[in-house]
Design a protein. Structure first.
Length: 137
């Protein structure tokens, strides 16, 4: 168990520090980049829809992480469900990022979609319909 408490830090503290270092390094790299593709980036901006622009704003590296903005919620899934979630995320991520050239993050974008549309799918079900859905899972 001493591996979980290296140098008196918990695993979450080490991950937070590692993530912060990575974010700091990427922000430094972005500010040091010369504007080499201003024409191509302007052309790609005009093809973005308002929705992509809105998501683009939330995708930019910010001072706060998703963990600081939202409440952590953990769940346990069957292995097949986990595979389905991961597969769908990867497909949507690839399609979205190819189409809009904007990062599609799992915790910031994908999981809120899964929860919102999952809630909408369950809203209004009666007890017998819930039981039927549970039996099909």
């Amino acid at each position: 168990m001493s591996g979980d408490e290296d140098n008196g830090q918990s695993r979450s503290e080490r991950l937070r520090q590692r993530r912060q270092s990575r974010d700091d390094a990427s922000q430094t790299a972005e500010t040091e980049k010369p504007s080499q593709t201003s024409e191509t980036s302007e052309g790609s901006k005009t093809s973005k829809t308002p929705e992509a622009s809105k998501i683009s704003e939330t995708s930019k590296p910010s001072a706060s992480s998703v963990k600081e903005e939202r409440i952590g919620t953990y769940m346990y899934l069957a292995e097949s469900q986990k595979k389905d979630v991961d597969r769908l995320y990867n497909v949507l991520k690839a399609d979205f990022e190819y189409e809009y050239d904007v990062e599609f993050e799992k915790n910031r974008h994908f999981f809120p979609l899964v929860v919102q549309y999952g809630l909408e799918g369950l809203d209004g079900l009666d007890a017998s319909e819930v039981k039927d859905r549970l039996n099909s899972v």
